[in-house]
Design a protein around this ligand. Sequence first.
Ligand code: NAP
Length: 461
Amino acid sequence: MRVVLIGFRGTGKTETGRLLSHLLSVPFLDTDAIIETAAGMTIHEIFSREGEDGFRAREREVVRTLPAGDAVVGTGGGVILDPANVALLRRGSTVVLLEADESVIEKRIAASTRPPLTTLPLREEIAALLEMRRPLYAAASDFSVDTTARSPNEVCLTIQKFLNEGTVTVHARESLVSFLSGSGISDSDVNDARVLTDKDLWEPRTRLFAIAGSPATQSKSPALFNRLFSRYGLFCHYLRFQDPDLSRILRLANECDLRGMSVTIPFKQEILSSLTDIEVNADAIGAVNTVVWSGKRIYGYNTDWIGIREPLSELRGENAVLLGAGGAAAAAVYALLSLDMDVTILNRTVEKAEVLATRFGCSYGPPGAFDRLNPTVVVNATSIGMEPELKSPLQKHQLRSTMTVFDLVYTPPETPLLRIARNTGCQTIPGTEMFVRQAAAQFRHFTGIAPPLELVRDAMP
Ligand code: NAP
């Protein structure tokens, strides 16, 4: 059994780590202590001689070379800032986040000789760093314990209970399988979920993830994320929640202590009211496609816009036409504006284009306006071209070889629009690029690990 403790200074990692290692009869490895021994200096001395960068480089090396096998590993508060550290720490381990109220942290570390990381007074430094790190701690951990009012002994017993029993009861797993069986998803998806009720296959430390949508049967996310979880050696499993009623999905999520959820049509706006922390980009777009539960908080993110922005990032200040005014289009407008593009939104239902354009301060019109706009960037955010209706929203005579055409539709990977655009000599970007990039960003919110795009492409079903 390998357990990694993460969390801010003063949350009790060292004391809990020592006690827990006794309780589990495994060695205690404290990365800060190993760094000090290897450097022949205290952390304070390393910071004053080599700065934070020097300390982080030493920390990375210690994490990379930690002895394998059963252990309790205590870490420094900033170890999770580097996703490469998180990938190494998480492999085959359960990562437990220790938390505490700011006032308690302040009291616990007031007498510490550790160097400050900012020029702020202690309480403000704690608040500022926690604000920035809280989502990173949430992402990197499997389970969290609030140590504010618990003794180290109580904290250890809570962790031990999680390791032995997990947080998903037999009853919850049975009702989950029965929900999935009646939800209209494929037999193979239901069979895949039987791991939940098989006492030989079920690992109590497993954390559950799911895609929530209606429909959700076509999503490639379950296969993709399960492959990535296995590639990184994580005790995680990803399911398919298909239901037209979001409140039923959220009840299920609560019952089986879901750790993370991808959100698709039609819930990306509706989910907003159930979250405690909405990231600034998701708030501006008005839609969330990624949810992470941690302790009392429910975090919401939007990674769709990242999947649209990244493939276009070399193009700035261009004239862009966006076809469509639905959920994907909102993320696309935000991405295009972040690249200083001049954006015109064209949509079959012009009123919807008007609402979106007014929100973001851009132009709009009906699809027929395309020919007089002469764009250099064209993004298709309509569902035209999606299987089984293989049509193109634009005809060959409307395209020019100077255009970059990005089709967000990714089933099929080669859409009629992309085929016509390629034959015209346009630069083309397939919807799979968006899918891979938004999924990579989502995986990071779910796990704290930043998978290389090549790995995500390889893991695509
Ligand atoms: P949505 O909210 O339902 O919006 C659909 C849009 O398509 C609306 O603007 C709608 O126009 C338009 N549309 C649908 N059928 C049309 C038709 N026959 N003629 C003209 N316009 C039509 O859907 P969404 O979530 O934005 O998704 C749009 C597309 O993006 C889907 O194909 C989806 O698969 C794709 N997508 C891809 C990724 C990826 O990772 N690659 C991620 C998200 C979405 P009206 O307003 O007039 O109805």
